[in-house]
Design a protein around this ligand. Structure first.
Ligand code: PLP
Length: 449
């Protein structure tokens, strides 16, 4: 146990630590004391319902003793082994992942998290195809290291330009609510809508020259940029374009994987198999840092004779791998993926009801326990409640009210994400939604309709 009075946690943390994604003089970290299930508590004993699975990663819920025990056992047996060594957890995890990942993905490279999983995926695609460009989408987040930031389409990339990795070209995502191509034709049938976006992608492939494009990287279901669920036929269409032009399909399942959408991986909803798939977050449910790049035998074979020039000291850390094995076991024992199918429907109904009552909600979207409220000033013209890439005092007041009432969630510009642990019950969902209901009175005040 670390000897420190609870009351010293916050001041001492603020004195010597540098905070990510923050202006250093404006941080207000919650001094957290402990966490269990779908709740966590601060040092004053205030309880928060976790509607963001902490960082969209604690899928199995907080403080599961089965995972803690497995990690402690591993620490006792072998706390560390170098990335070049064969260990018990490594032997078991690779086999487990091959069982639960989409068909054809049989080899796994372990990383420390999501960003370096995407960076390695790009290295793989470039090495496999001998080409260098990567197509990725504007409404996307793929990580904060300079390669992953280049892949990212949102302002988390532009903040660091021009110092990001070269060779990435962005394209538009099929976002029905704000479709650029269909502003005057919003009721266009799904098939035509999808085709327009596939044609847009194909045009970009042709203009960029397919002989220069190594991979198309997409979040299977876009996360922080809008919980955008691909329309029918879209992923199948991307797969076909990849095959037609000799491009590798890379799915980023870092947020959408591990049961979040009601399938082990979101791509399973469409029976599409990528050549490379990245994962992190739910892989260990946050109990230890870990990511992975899943790849086909064919992609892996690029390095059968040639050396893969890459690796970090902590790749394949035994404690992280043991945590992942235990998390997968918990998900299987408790049938969490199946459960999400049911609670996901309950959540969708609750979000729809909120939309009925609050004029500041322009649209709600969800798949499984992956949901979002898109807030607007005016439903007719869909003017977002905050300008693109920014927050404002209304959104800040909304979030503060949720926190005051014991609801922890993530707001992203004009959107509110609802991404609770997969173990959440309908009653606990109702508890959070009733707080949202009250807090939305704040955003309703600035809505015209
Ligand atoms: C879709 C997606 N890709 C990549 C990342 C980066 O993962 P990490 O923060 O573990 O580097 C994230 C993190 O939020 C993500 O949501």
């Amino acid at each position: 146990m670390i000897e420190l009075d609870d009351l010293d946690i916050l001041p001492l943390s603020l004195e010597h630590n540098f905070w990510t994604w923050s202006a250093q003089k404006k941080v207000h970290p919650i001094p957290i004391k402990n966490a269990k299930g779908v709740y966590f508590w601060d040092i004053q004993g205030k309880r928060y319902l976790d509607f963001n699975s902490m960082v969209m990663n604690v899928n199995i819920g907080h403080g599961d003793e089965r995972v803690i025990e497995a990690m402690v056992d591993q620490i006792r047996e072998l706390p560390f082994a170098g990335p070049g060594m064969a260990t018990k957890p490594r032997a078991v995890l690779g086999k487990k992942l091959a069982e639960i990942t989409p068909r054809g993905l049989t080899k796994f490279l372990y990383t420390l998290g999501g960003a370096d999983a995407n960076e390695n995926a790009i290295k793989m695609a470039r090495a496999r195809t001998g080409k260098f460009k990567i197509l990725a989408r504007y409404r996307s987040y793929h990580g904060a290291t300079l390669g992953a930031a280049a892949l990212t389409g949102d302002p988390r990339r532009t903040a660091w330009e021009p110092m990001v990795m070269p060779g990435v070209v962005h394209f538009l995502d099929p976002y029905r609510y704000r479709s650029t191509f269909h502003r005057t034709n919003q009721q266009i049938p799904d098939a035509e809508f999808t085709l327009d976006y596939l044609n847009h992608l194909e045009e970009i492939i042709r203009f960029e020259d397919p002989n220069t494009i190594a991979g198309i990287l997409i979040e299977t279901v876009t996360g922080t940029n809008g919980v955008l669920v691909p329309p029918p036929g879209y992923l199948e269409g991307v797969r076909l374009l990849c095959d037609q032009y000799g491009i590798l399909m890379i799915c980023d399942e870092i947020m959408s994987g591990f049961g979040r959408t009601g399938e082990w991986f979101a791509v399973n909803h469409w029976l599409v198999s990528p050549d490379i798939m990245t994962m992190a977050k739910g892989l260990t449910s946050g109990y230890a840092p870990l990511g992975a790049v899943a790849m086909t035998e064919e992609v892996a074979s690029t390095f059968n004779e040639k050396v893969f020039e890459g690796g970090l000291t902590y790749n394949g850390h035994p404690v992280s791998l043991a945590a992942a094995i235990a998390v997968i076991k918990v998900m299987q024992e408790d049938k969490l993926v199946e459960k999400v199918g049911e609670t996901g429907k309950v959540m969708a109904d609750m979000l729809a009801e909120l939309a009925d009552h609050h004029p500041s909600i322009g649209e709600v979207r969800s798949i499984g326990l992956f949901g979002i409220l898109e807030l607007v000033k005016n439903r007719k013209i869909k003017e977002p409640l905050t300008p693109y890439g920014r927050s404002n005092s209304t959104m800040n007041a909304f979030r503060q009210k949720c926190l005051d009432q014991g609801l922890f969630l993530y707001t992203h510009w004009h959107t509110v994400l609802v991404i609770p642990p997969l173990i959440i019950t309908p009653d606990q969902l109702a508890e959070g939604v009733s707080i949202l209901d009250r807090a939305l009175e704040i955003t309703d005040q600035v809505a015209d309709l």
